[in-house]
Write a protein that binds this ligand. Structure first.
Ligand code: KG4
Ligand code: ZN
Length: 362
C-alpha cells in the first residue's frame, strides 16, 4: 500500500520518515503535513496528513510456530528487515537519492511495546536523524493509534470518543483536541486482542487469534452459544478474562462443539460489550463522533455493528481502513507531525520505555 507522489522539503510543509517496531510489524512511512512551526500550525486541530508511503513487513509467520510473539525473534527480525523497509518507503515516496534534501524529521515509536523491538526502531531513527541533520521525534504508540483515526478524516467533529482495542490495550478515550486525552475506561484484566489470541490458542487455531476467529466466526452461529458479557452493565471499564474462562469451561464440557460456533459466540460477546460501552461513553461526554482504533478494530463483526449502531444513535462514525487499524508507521508519522509542531524536536539522548503511558488530562 503506497503512493508515488514526489516528496520535497518546502517551507510550508513538513515531510517526515516514521518507523514503527513496537511489536511484530516492521513498518516505515513517509508522511507530509503542515510546517512544524507552532506559530503557523493550528495545533488545536487535527491537520490533514498526506501518506506518501506506508510499508508494513509482518513477522507473523516467524512467530506463528511459537503460538505468540517471541521478543528475541521480534528484535532480530526488525534488525534484519529495517534497512530494506526504509529503502522501500523512501522509494515509494519518490525519494531516490539524498533523503536529507526531502525530509525534515525522523520519528520512531518509543513505547509502549517490547523493549528490544522498540530500541531497534528508536536507534535507527536517531542515527538517520543525526546522519541527515534533521530533528528526531519519539512517539507514543497509543497516540499513534489515536491519530490513525484522523488519517482519512481530519475533519472529524470533536469531541469524539475512540475505542482503542489492541493486543495490549483496551481503552475508551475522549479526545477534545490533539494532545488532550481523557481516559474514560480501560480493561481490568486482559486486553480485547489478548482475549481473542488466548481463546484461539486454547482452541488450537493458531496465532494471531483475532483474524483467525474473525474468519472462522463467519461459518458459525453467533447465537448458538451465549457466553457471559463481562461487566456489560457496569460503568466504562472492561473485563475479558471471565469470557475466556467461560469458553474454556464450555469446550471442556462439550468437547464435540463446533469451533465455528464457539468462535462466533465468543466474538459476539466481545463485540456486544465493546459497542455497548462505547455508546455509553459517547452519551456520557456528549461526543459528536465515535471512532475505532487498534488491531481489534480490523474485526469484521465489530466494524459492521459499531458502524451501524453508532450511526443509528446519531453519531458521526469513523471505522478506519484496516491497514490503519493494525500497527503501521503512517499513524506514527501523523502523531509525530503534531508532536514536532507542539513540543519541538525530541532529544537524541531519549530512549524507549516499554510501559510508556499516554499523557492524560483529568
Ligand atoms: O494494534 P495491534 O496491531 O498491535 C498491538 O499494538 O497490540 O493489535 C494486535 C491485536 C492482536 O491481539 C490481534 O489478534 C488483534 O489485534 N486483531 C484482531 C483482528 N486483527 C487483529 N482481533 C479481532 N479480529 C481481527 N480481525
Ligand atoms: Zn498497536
Amino acid at each position: 500500500m503506497s503512493t508515488t507522489r514526489q516528496a520535497t522539503a518546502t517551507g510550508t510543509t513538513t515531510t517526515l520518515l516514521a518507523i514503527e517496531t513496537s511489536c511484530d510489524e516492521t513498518s516505515v512511512a513517509v508522511v507530509r503535513g503542515p510546517a512544524a512551526d507552532p506559530a503557523a500550525a493550528d495545533l488545536d486541530r487535527f491537520a490533514p496528513t498526506e501518506v506518501l508511503s506506508n510499508v508494513v513487513s509482518s513477522q507473523i509467520d516467524l512467530h506463528a510456530a511459537f503460538g505468540g510473539v517471541v521478543p528475541e525473534v521480534a528484535s532480530r527480525a526488525h534488525l534484519e528487515m529495517l534497512e530494506s523497509v526504509v529503502a522501500r518507503a523512501l522509494a515509494d515516496a519518490g525519494i531516490d537519492d539524498e533523503p536529507e534534501r526531502h525530509l525534515d524529521a525522523v520519528a520512531a515509536t518509543c513505547g509502549p511495546g517490547l523493549i528490544g523491538a522498540l530500541l531497534i526502531g528508536v536507534s535507527a531513527a536517531k542515527s538517520l536523524a543525526l546522519a541527515w541533520g534533521v530533528p528526531y521525534v519519539g512517539v507514543n504508540h497509543m497516540e499513534g493509534h489515536l491519530f490513525a483515526t484522523f488519517l482519512e478524516r481530519p475533519d472529524l467533529e470533536l469531541p469524539l470518543v475512540v475505542l482503542l482495542v489492541s493486543g495490549g490495550h483496551t481503552m475508551l478515550v475522549e479526545v477534545r483536541r490533539p494532545g488532550r486525552y481523557r481516559l474514560l475506561g480501560s480493561t481490568i484484566d486482559d486486553a480485547a486482542g489478548e482475549a481473542f489470541d488466548k481463546v484461539a490458542r486454547y482452541l488450537g487455531l493458531g496465532y494471531p487469534g483475532g483474524p483467525i476467529i474473525d474468519r472462522l466466526a463467519t461459518e458459525g452461529d453467533p447465537h448458538a452459544i451465549r457466553f457471559p458479557r463481562g461487566m456489560i452493565n457496569e460503568g466504562l471499564d472492561f473485563s475479558f478474562s471471565g469470557m475466556k474462562t467461560a469458553v474454556v469451561n464450555f469446550v471442556r464440557r462439550h468437547p464435540h462443539v463446533s469451533d465455528a460456533d464457539v468462535a462466533a459466540g465468543f466474538q459476539e460477546a466481545v463485540v456486544d460489550v465493546l459497542v455497548a460501552k462505547t455508546l455509553r461513553a459517547g452519551a456520557k461526554v456528549g461526543a459528536r463522533t465515535l471512532c475505532l482504533g487498534g488491531g481489534v478494530a480490523a474485526n469484521s463483526r465489530l466494524r459492521d455493528r459499531f458502524g451501524a449502531e453508532a450511526a443509528a444513535a446519531g453519531y458521526d462514525v469513523l471505522v478506519p481502513d484496516r491497514a490503519y487499524c493494525t500497527d503501521n508507521a503512517a499513524m506514527i508519522g501523523s502523531a509525530a507531525l503534531w508532536r514536532l509542531a507542539n513540543d519541538g524536536p525530541g532529544s537524541l539522548d531519549s530512549g524507549a520505555d516499554p510501559s510508556l503511558r499516554l499523557e492524560l488530562v483529568r
